[in-house]
Write a protein that binds this ligand. Sequence first.
Ligand SMILES: Cc1cc2nc3c(=O)[nH]c(=O)nc-3n(C[C@H](O)[C@H](O)[C@H](O)COP(=O)(O)OP(=O)(O)OC[C@H]3O[C@@H](n4cnc5c(N)ncnc54)[C@H](O)[C@@H]3O)c2cc1C
Length: 339
Amino acid sequence: MLAIEENVSLLPYNSFGVAAMASSFFHLKDIGQFNELMNMPVFNGPRLILGGGSNILFTTHYPGLIIRNELQGIHILEETASRILVSVASGESWHDFVMHCVDRDWGGLENLSLIPGTVGAAPIQNIGAYGVEISHAIHEVHGIDLSTGREVAYSRDECGFGYRESVFKGRLKEKIFVSSVTLSLTKNNHHFNVHYGAIEEMLRKDGRHMLSVRAISDAVIKIRQSKLPDHHTLGNAGSFFKNPTVHASRAEAIKKEFSEMPSYPSDNHDVKIPAAWLIEQCGWKGKRINHVGVHAHQALVLVNYGGGTGVEILTLSQQIQQSVSEKFSIDLVPEVNII
Ligand SMILES: Cc1cc2nc3c(=O)[nH]c(=O)nc-3n(C[C@H](O)[C@H](O)[C@H](O)COP(=O)(O)OP(=O)(O)OC[C@H]3O[C@@H](n4cnc5c(N)ncnc54)[C@H](O)[C@@H]3O)c2cc1C
């Protein structure tokens, strides 16, 4: 019989540090437990898969079963002189796995160092940072179909990856439990990406003249530590909103009024605009409302100073959306999963 806990506090399980309760909670440590879990009545009510809780905002008590993914294991599936195919259980810590790769000089994930959360959640929103997305290294995503209990596998092409998007956030939302992720990494002749953000500058500052998996990972970690609040001391979930994309003609029209607006080419004729810039222009950067606010150095990060509720954070996010919509006629879309 599986040990399902009742009335469990979610405070330790979300990086925003908001207080909420779950009526039922299960620590999934072995994939073999999944079939048994699926046969229990509690599985047929509301249910949520939880990884590290670093991309989630609880605005209410959860009225059903939370399945905390704690599956562990890293297995090499194939190895050639130049590449390695590695299967990682979805409950592994993402950053710990990146460090596992850095220690072995496996290339491909170094720009994604220090992103919180689990390996299984990483393909859901196609995590990305410093010019690299996990989709670049994904070979396959394995999972369990939550309605049939059958094992399923998706090739990279079938995952429908886009900017902070995948099929698991779209058509298959809440239908699949990601059980493991297979990544294809380089063992030599690494394809380094140092042109984004301040990586080159940090490498130069640190006197790291030879590019290596470790040097880039170290640089990314330093940059992130200097720019982003640590969620262990200041509750947050990283970027709250996605960077919006608009048609190039619309961006040009906005630039007539705001000539300093930054923008980057995106797909087709679209242009990406940094949401942080839009939020800052609306005067929100550094603003605090009671327990919650907008980070003083990074306007895309909403923070909980302590004791803030999910509703307070949600309300703040809606006020920001309204200001940006009124000033720029652009709709900001949350990147964070609001429950
Ligand atoms: C300080 C900070 C910095 C961040 N920086 C970045 C960044 O640079 N780039 C970036 O992309 N993100 C960033 N994030 C966001 C976050 O770290 C990622 O989205 C991460 O992948 C979330 O992992 P998690 O395990 O915490 O997911 P959770 O928050 O637990 O879950 C997120 C969503 O995925 C679902 N889910 C989780 N695991 C599974 C599974 N195994 N199967 C099916 N569904 C699942 C959940 O139900 C939920 O809908 C940052 C967050 C913080 C706090």
